[in-house]
Design a protein around this ligand. Structure first.
Ligand code: FEO
Length: 397
């Protein structure tokens, strides 16, 4: 078994789930890692566990270094099952360990896992000496759960950042300078969009809280460990968190007999004529999590559906339900689509877009299949929408 050492006596002991393809609705075509870390000092601390089915792999990696029974502290940065599902099994092997956790985390863990553990509840900036090393605990409440906490190892400058700075990608190596970085950056952005977007406004403040810290390594709970691109990923997080939209449009739609698709293609022509970059997705052939990664920074959204049974198509409802939960505030958005003898889809879409926090613009609704004149109208609609996006993104004089 290969040992992965972050610094002397500090190990990655987590698991690599190469084959998982869905993470509560978030597609993971490259799999997921559940990172856990072991610090061996006068006292021994385990930072986080793994998803329950991987408890055996975690314990084997620990056993390769120390007897799990010698663990003094199990630090629970986050109670969600991908980090904590193996906690009951791990605690059977280190029954004397204290569980270091926030008060919110303690309440959640008691309900989720039911164990009567020896809890050590910590607050903001509390510290814990392991001997040579000292840990500091920094809660990041609502990034993205009430219990979420991070842990800083001062002596080595390692920031155990929990879900923050994570990526859902499996790689054979554990560090950023050992892997193909364009894939990692793509997955980091997708992760931010699909997990952290609703709380993006909290990012700047959370990063500000460790601004003066000497961080030599960011060790997240998912994906690769950052040691050579720290400044870059922090800059990207600040930009994603600030949410300043870029001059781009994401268009997604579903079609029944092709009328709404013809509209979508004409709208794209209009957007192209205005010179605004755009991406184009038929939802039944696309991955909603990937679309969200593009929505993150795009200034404009266009959503199309024909009317089916007085409402929108199921694939559009799926996407908009997901979008509403992630709350991409402040973007311009509009609905379009064709209908037969009565409408309904556009109203459904507009209601969902309004609940998503976007700025709703006037949409375009056409009956039956679009005529040549109506195709021109759709192109003009796309052109006009793109100009609004341009105006929104224009620098303030
Ligand atoms: Fe990685 Fe919030 O779970």
């Amino acid at each position: 078994m290969n040992r992965v050492e972050l610094a002397k006596g500090i190990y990655h002991v987590g698991a690599v789930d190469w084959n998982v393809r869905d993470f509560h609705g978030y597609s993971t075509p490259r799999g997921v890692t559940y990172n856990a870390y072991l610090i061996v000092d006068e006292k021994i601390a385990l930072i986080d566990t793994v998803k329950a089915p991987f408890a055996g792999e975690l314990l084997d990696r620990i056993r390769d270094i120390v007897d799990p029974a010698k663990i003094d502290y199990v630090i629970v940065n986050h109670v969600e099952n991908d980090h904590c599902g193996a906690l009951p099994e791990v605690m059977k092997h280190c029954p004397a360990a204290k569980v270091v956790i926030t008060e919110k985390g303690r309440q959640e863990a008691a309900k989720l896992y039911g164990g009567d553990y020896d809890y050590m509840v910590v607050k903001d900036k509390d510290t814990l000496s392991l001997g040579k090393h000292e840990l500091e605990f920094i809660p990041i409440t609502m990034l993205h759960w009430p219990d979420s906490m991070t842990t800083y190892l001062k002596s080595e400058g390692i920031y155990f950042s929990n879900d923050a700075f994570g990526q859902h990608i499996c790689t054979a190596k554990r560090f950023d300078d050992e892997v193909y970085m364009p894939d990692v950056y793509y997955e980091a952005e997708k992760y931010f969009a699909n997990i952290l977007m609703p709380y993006a406004r909290l990012i700047g403040r959370a990063i500000g809280r460790v601004a003066g810290y000497d961080i030599k390594m960011i060790a997240p709970s998912h994906g690769v460990i950052w040691r050579s691109h720290i400044g870059d990923i922090i800059a990207r997080y600040l930009a994603w968190g600030a949410g300043k939209p870029e001059e781009r449009i994401v268009l997604f739609y579903e079609t029944m007999w092709g009328g709404t698709e013809r509209m979508a293609r004409a709208i794209l022509e209009g957007i192209n004529k205005a010179g605004v970059p755009a991406t184009f997705y038929r939802l039944s052939a696309s991955d909603r999590s990937h679309i969200m990664s593009e929505v993150l920074m795009a200034a404009g959204l266009l959503v199309g559906s024909p009317t089916l049974n007085n409402g929108m198509m199921p694939a559009v409802g799926d996407m908009l339900t997901y979008l509403k939960g992630l709350r991409p505030a402040g973007k311009l958005a509009a609905a379009f689509g064709s209908y037969g003898w009565s409408g309904g889809a556009q109203k459904d879409i507009e209601e969902m877009l309004t609940k998503s926090g976007v700025v709703l613009e006037e949409g375009l609704n056409l009956d039956w299949t679009p005529s040549a004149e109506e195709i021109e109208k759709a192109e003009a609609f796309g052109y006009a929408f793109a100009l609004k996006v341009k105006a929104k993104c224009a620098p303030v004089e």
